[in-house]
Design a protein around this ligand. Structure first.
Ligand SMILES: [Cu+2]
Length: 108
């Protein structure tokens, strides 16, 4: 009985603590010549890690050229922090038909 009560207390404490756990950051996978998900929403200051799961080299390049991962081979990752709110569009310079967006929400 006492053990069950302590278990319930621990569960409540765990649930209460959950929202305060820092976010590990968002991840976008690159596979089959596409960014997945193509649109991702993060908070200002968050980082997004792009992982190349494809058997082809790709880049993650801002449409306004303000940042560029340069070539990512199979299995390589690249992380970028998005400081300012807004919608940032990017593409792959190797495959110009590959597009993605990061929607950065202001932290209120
Ligand atoms: Cu590509």
């Amino acid at each position: 009985m006492k053990t069950a009560f302590l278990g319930a207390v621990a569960l409540v404490a765990l649930l209460a603590a959950a929202p305060a756990t820092p976010k590990p950051g968002a991840t976008v996978h690159i596979r089959d010549d596409a960014f997945t998900p193509a649109t991702i929403t993060v908070r200002a200051g968050d980082s997004v890690t792009f992982v190349n799961d494809d058997d082809d080299a790709h880049t993650v390049t801002a449409d306004d050229s303000s940042w560029d991962s340069e070539g990512l081979n199979q299995g390589e990752k690249w992380t970028h922090a998005f400081a300012k709110a807004g919608t940032i569009k990017y593409h792959c310079t190797v495959h110009p038909f590959m597009h993605g967006s990061v929607i950065v929400k202001a932290v209120t």
